[in-house]
Structure formats: C-alpha cells, structure tokens
Design a protein around this ligand. Sequence first.
Ligand SMILES: NC(=O)c1ccc[n+]([C@@H]2O[C@H](COP(=O)([O-])OP(=O)(O)OC[C@H]3O[C@@H](n4cnc5c(N)ncnc54)[C@H](O)[C@@H]3O)[C@@H](O)[C@H]2O)c1
Length: 269
Amino acid sequence: MTRLIEDWIKDIRDDIEKYEEKLVEKTGLNFLSLASNASNIPIDDLLASIKENKIGVIPITSGKGIIGSFASSVEAVLRFMGFDAFVTVDTDVAGMYEAHQRGAAIIFLADDKKFIAINLKKNIFVDNDLATAAGFVSAMEGAAGGNLKDMEILLIGCGKVGKEIVNELQRKNADIVVHDKNKSVLEEMERKGFRVLKDSNHIKKYRWIMDATSTGNWLKKDMLHPAVFIATPGVPISLDFEAYKHYKDRVLHDYLPIGVAVMAAMACK
Ligand SMILES: NC(=O)c1ccc[n+]([C@@H]2O[C@H](COP(=O)([O-])OP(=O)(O)OC[C@H]3O[C@@H](n4cnc5c(N)ncnc54)[C@H](O)[C@@H]3O)[C@@H](O)[C@H]2O)c1
C-alpha cells in the first residue's frame, strides 16, 4: 500500500459530484449503483441501510500519523451516498468511544497497514483492499457493457489488491492474464494455472486493463492499445503525463472514493 499524500485527496470533499459525473460517463454507474453491484446488495436494501446506519470516521494517530484531509474525504464520500456520517473530534480509542456514544453503527478507521470499516452491531469487518478490488471490477464491468464473461483482461500488479481483483474477475468468469514486474509473483500465478504476460512490451496487445501497481509514471502512451480502457486504483497512477492526457477519457482512476463507497455498502450487508 502506498501512503496517500494530502495533495492527492484534498479536493475530494469539494469535487465529489464531479467525480461521480466522470464515473457515470465512463461506466454508466453512479456511486450507489456501483456499490450495490460490488457488494451484491440490491439498491433498495442499500438505500434502506443508508437511512438506518450512522457512520463515525475516526482519525488514527499511530504509526506515521494522520494524513491531512483523509478522514474528511471519507466522510464526504459517505455523506454524498446519503449516510449520516461524521468525523470524531477525538482520535484513536477516545474517537471510537465518541463514535459509539454518538450512535455510530459503523466505524471507519485506518493506520499505516489497514483501512477497515466495522459494523459494530453485526460484527462485520470490511477490508479496503477487497472493497477497492470489487469496486474497480464493477466499474470495469460497467464500462464493458455489463458483462465480463470470457472477456480478456490484463491485470497488472498482483499484490494484495491485485489478488482480490483476480478473485473478483474469476467470479465474473473473465479470461484473466496477469503481469507483474516481480518474477516470483508471476511464477506463483503461473503455478496456480493463470496465463501470464512476462514482457511489458506486449501490454499494447490488451484492450481491457486493470492496474493495481504501486509505482507511478512508467506506463507510456506507445505501450498502450489505441482503444484501451484502464480501471486502476494504483497509487500513484502508472500512466505518465503524456499517456494520461491522451487516454484520460478511457482511464478510470481515483485515490479513495470507489473503495470507500463499496466498504460502506459491504459493511451494511
Ligand atoms: N485507489 C484506492 O482506493 C486504493 C485502495 C487500496 C490500495 N490502493 C493502491 O493500490 C496499489 C496496490 O496496492 P497493494 O496493497 O496491492 O500493493 P502491493 O505492494 O501489495 O502490490 C503491488 C504489486 O504491483 C507490482 N508492481 C509495482 N510496480 C509495477 C510495475 N511498474 N509493473 C508491473 N508490476 C508492478 C508489485 O511487484 C506488486 O506485486 C497501491 O498503490 C495502493 O496504495 C489504492
């Protein structure tokens, strides 16, 4: 996991409506329908749960400390979905106590290793890695017209999020090819029976790409299929400036909102 930088997320609170417009343009889905699809909760049940569940977002100071704008960005996404969400004044354990006292049924909290949501009433724990993977796979499904069955999809970056993406794509019966710059990761996937792409010069052959890599600025314009669609939670974004400028209408990337929206839906289940 790459540690977020305030500069990447500071505009989410003010621009969440514009984020959703872009999401709809690229996938045909808004945050609610995407979260409903990714969590397998029918939209009416999700809407009912949103009314019932108050959410507390708790700033955590341990490890490398609080990331500026993180808690308020999470709160903004949740409020945009319709949840009664708040950031606690207190941090850490006192923040958890405050959230409970203020009636939160669900809490969101993150440290350097994990970002989770907990439904306190139902004892449900949701991991951001899984929710992000499910959210971006649903986004890809939307972009592809609603069905990933037998569609050839190249997954680049097979770490924690990438492996969750593979699981989600398998559930959708997609035709998965895996690429990772780490040879041992590729060997492990090959042993498990996956098709692997060893040479990054051949990324260009793939029209549908999911990217969960953790290094930015390495994917160049001439490495990509002219009609490529890329769904990527990778931080920082892999495409360099020129590639992003050229392909931005066919690249779906965000630093937080999709994962948060799906975490909330999964926590309601
Ligand atoms: N946008 C979001 O909401 C969101 C949520 C969770 C994680 N993330 C980000 O997703 C990324 C992946 O997270 P993770 O926890 O799986 O990380 P990870 O370190 O477990 O896995 C990253 C994988 O990508 C591979 N990789 C890195 N650079 C590569 C390159 N240039 N070409 C090919 N493979 C490359 C690595 O070898 C590794 O296997 C991180 O940047 C993380 O911060 C984003």
